[in-house]
Design a protein around this ligand. Structure first.
Ligand code: AGV
Ligand code: CA
Length: 320
């Protein structure tokens, strides 16, 4: 690693996919990140096992002091069930169910009863300094919080979002859709549209960038050499359940959310461009993030990745 990354206070909204839970492990492994709260959005997961797995990962890191909130907003288009099932397997992994000395069974002590959008709004309201909002699923909660209280935008230093597809095709294959959207935007297009109407600074990790980082068997073999580190072992198991279970049109799992989260620790391996963009709130291209020459919202978009140094950073981070 070159230089030390910028310290940040982070609110993390994830949607319980394999990639999302790996991102939580990454954040907990970054010494310069102060994780101020976690929201689980019921999008690319079933909520109960995703919240449970989230808590078990916090327990593994001895961080059950971090509050977790359940999202109760639902998108327009559901994720495929085969993908949403992943959290059940992770929640059942032995390493997450081992109760180590000094640890106890999970309780609801760190579960905030407020739903995700109210939790985010409260955390932002209470923040003494502007915070980073990292979103690795749909943006429904943040959009709702900002629609209700636009002044909270001033409390956000940067929204970092895995979402969108700019100059590449989307990853949605669904009836009545033209395939131009990425799934996190497609789950709840009106919310992505609403977020785009706000003043918050947005950095996105669209498919244009994440397409560069697929989860290869070669990478998994390198990770396997680090099995003696519990977090590396857990990460390897998480990725293993994505191998071969991807429905037909997509044969490889990508490091969508893990790349996005990696930006907080190793931004030097990623290149960006500033672009004007609009989001389609409905219609056959619902959720499409489109580059425009005038108007729209000026955002920062990840474009390419220095793959090998990024993978080395990930492997190093998981040595916990
Ligand atoms: O579109 C990428 C988003 C990321 O936030 N998710 C997965 C990551 O968590 C949806 C998704 C697209 N293709 C998938 C997805 C696949 N083959 N399996 C599971 N989820
Ligand atoms: Ca996700």
């Amino acid at each position: 690693m070159t230089g030390s990354p910028q310290p940040r206070t982070v609110l993390f909204d994830h949607d319980g996919g394999v990639d999302d839970l790996l991102s939580l492990m990454m954040l907990l492994s970054m010494p310069h990140i102060d994780l101020a709260g976690v929201v689980v959005t019921p999008a690319d997961c079933f909520l109960r096992p995703a919240v449970s797995a989230t808590q078990k990962i916090l327990r593994l890191f001895n961080r059950l002091d971090i509050e977790v909130s359940r999202g109760d907003l639902h998108g327009v288009h559901s994720f495929p069930r085969a993908w949403r099932m992943h959290a059940y397997a992770i929640d059942a992994f032995p390493i997450l169910n081992e109760i180590r000395p000094g640890q106890s069974d999970l309780t609801t002590a760190n579960i905030d009863p407020e739903p995700g959008h109210l939790f985010l709004a409260r955390k932002l309201r209470e923040a003494a300094q502007p915070v980073t909002v990292l979103i690795t699923g749909p943006v429904s909660n943040l959009a709702a919080a900002l629609v209700a209280e636009p002044e909270l935008a001033a409390k956000i230093e940067e929204v970092v979002w895995m979402g969108g597809a700019l100059d590449v095709t989307g990853n949605v294959r669904d009836y009545e859709h033209d395939g131009s959207a990425e799934w996190n935007a497609y789950w709840d297009p009106p919310s992505a549209y609403n977020l785009w109407q706000t003043e918050v600074p947005i950095t996105i990790f669209p498919l244009d960038a994440t397409n560069h980082v697929s989860v290869t068997m070669d990478f998994l073999q390198r990770l396997a050499q680090l099995r003696r580190y519990p977090v590396a072992d857990l990460a390897g198991q998480c990725w293993a359940i994505t191998v071969g279970v991807i429905p037909s049109y997509e044969y490889v799992y990508h490091m969508w959310d893990t790349l996005t989260t990696g930006y907080l620790g190793a931004p030097q391996h990623i290149s960006f461009r500033d672009v004007r963009t609009v989001v389609a709130p409905n219609g056959p291209n619902a959720g499409q993030t489109q580059v425009v020459s005038t108007g729209g919202k000026l955002i920062k978009a990840a474009q390419s990745v220095d793959v090998e140094p990024f993978l080395r950073y990930l492997l190093e981070l998981f040595k916990q």
